[in-house]
Design a binder for this molecule. Structure first.
Ligand SMILES: *Cc1c(COP(=O)(O)O)cnc(C)c1O
Length: 342
């Protein structure tokens, strides 16, 4: 059935961003495809990136691993949250490796993992997931494929970056693993000192700009479009939408669009978002509703019912307009969109 809102995902740009990031890092790049590939579609992202040459994929939980279905030839998958008490059954059915995050998870894997390879996360200063450096003695006897750590502040010039790099170097010198991996998208732009053997981008694959350095080379991947439900004239002095927060100073033409906060177009865009009809910019008028928004279409006299307009979803400018992070902008995109991979 035709849907009145659509998300178009550009495979060529996704693959190109992956190549750009690997080239920038100077080492192989994996791909974080957790959270349904940041809202875009995990299976399609997996197959598109595998075709481009990506071999290493990451999800957060075992249900995500299962939903991917069979992996393409030559690729491998790791589950970032490791194995909790209830995960061993799913883990033993799966070909994916857990990323072990605590002494408890290590013990669980040693007991039931039958010597299968695993990854390990070391906490070098973020205090989210991972073994503390002084706990690495617990790793003796594990077959570690990739030893990871994760930067807390890679999108900023923060002193913790250098501290975490130094700590990870020390750990890498004392713990045996096939590969070592430290950085996400933003960390790739801190320089090749941070690359080790494998980088783990997510956001920048999908068009996010994690640091200024990425702006010139990362391409937009996802485009959001919505159909006009109706066109109307808001007369001078009248308001539009919940809370009557927009009041027309003079008569204004409005197009009511088939997208709202239930689709992930959150209320931060109220009176701040923009849509485009061709090159005409159409500012959002008043509050975003659950399923609808109103935009000023004075500049587009022929725009009417059934026409498509593009919502400005350039991640950097949309983040600035809405106060949402680029991660939130992608991962909240809802299930009502027709997702078209082109
Ligand atoms: C999500 C995640 C990534 C990818 O991060 P981006 O900032 O989206 O590039 C990399 N590593 C770990 C451990 C993650 O959890």
């Amino acid at each position: 059935m035709d849907r009145p809102l659509r998300l178009t995902i550009d495979k060529t740009s996704l693959a190109q961003n992956w190549r750009t990031l690997a080239e920038r890092a100077g080492v192989p790049a994996g791909a974080a495809i957790k959270a349904n590939a940041y809202g875009l579609g995990a299976r399609e992202a997996l197959h598109t990136l595998a075709e481009a040459g990506c071999r290493d994929f990451f999800v957060s939980i075992w249900a995500e691993a299962e939903e991917l279905g069979p992996l393409p030839e030559g690729t491998n998958l790791a589950v970032l949250h490791g194995v909790g008490p209830a995960d061993m059954e799913a883990a033993s059915r799966s070909n994916a490796r857990p990323v072990l995050n605590s002494v408890e998870q290590v013990a669980r894997w040693k007991l039931a993992g039958a010597g299968r390879p695993c990854d390990v996360m070391i906490d070098t200063g973020m205090n989210r997931l991972g073994l503390r450096p002084e706990e690495v003695g617990a790793l003796d006897g594990l077959a570690i494929d990739t030893l990871h750590s994760h930067l807390a502040c890679a999108d900023e010039d923060h002193a913790l970056n250098g501290t975490q790099l130094q700590r990870f170097r020390e750990i890498a010198g004392s713990v045996q693993a096939r590969r070592y991996s430290l950085v996400n998208s933003a960390g790739i732009y801190l320089g090749r000192d941070y690359s080790f053997d494998l980088v783990r981008p997510g956001l920048a694959l999908y068009g996010g700009i994690p640091r200024d350095e990425a702006q010139a080379e990362i391409r937009q991947v996802a485009r959001v479009e919505a159909q006009v439900v109706q066109r109307r004239t808001i007369r001078a002095g009248e308001s539009c939408g919940y809370g009557a927060t927009f009041v027309a100073e003079a008569d204004v033409e409005a197009a009511i669009l088939n997208v709202g906060y239930a689709d992930g177009y959150l209320r931060g865009f109220s009176s701040r978002g923009t849509a485009f009809a061709g090159e005409f910019a159409l500012p959002v008028l008043g509050r975003v509703s659950m399923d609808l928004i109103a935009v000023d279409c004075d500049v587009a006299p022929s725009l009417g019912e059934g026409d498509w307009v593009e919502i400005d979803y350039d991640l950097r400018t949309a983040a600035e307009a809405s106060g949402l992070s680029q991660y939130e902008l992608l991962t909240t995109l809802g299930s009502r969109f027709e997702r078209r991979w082109v």
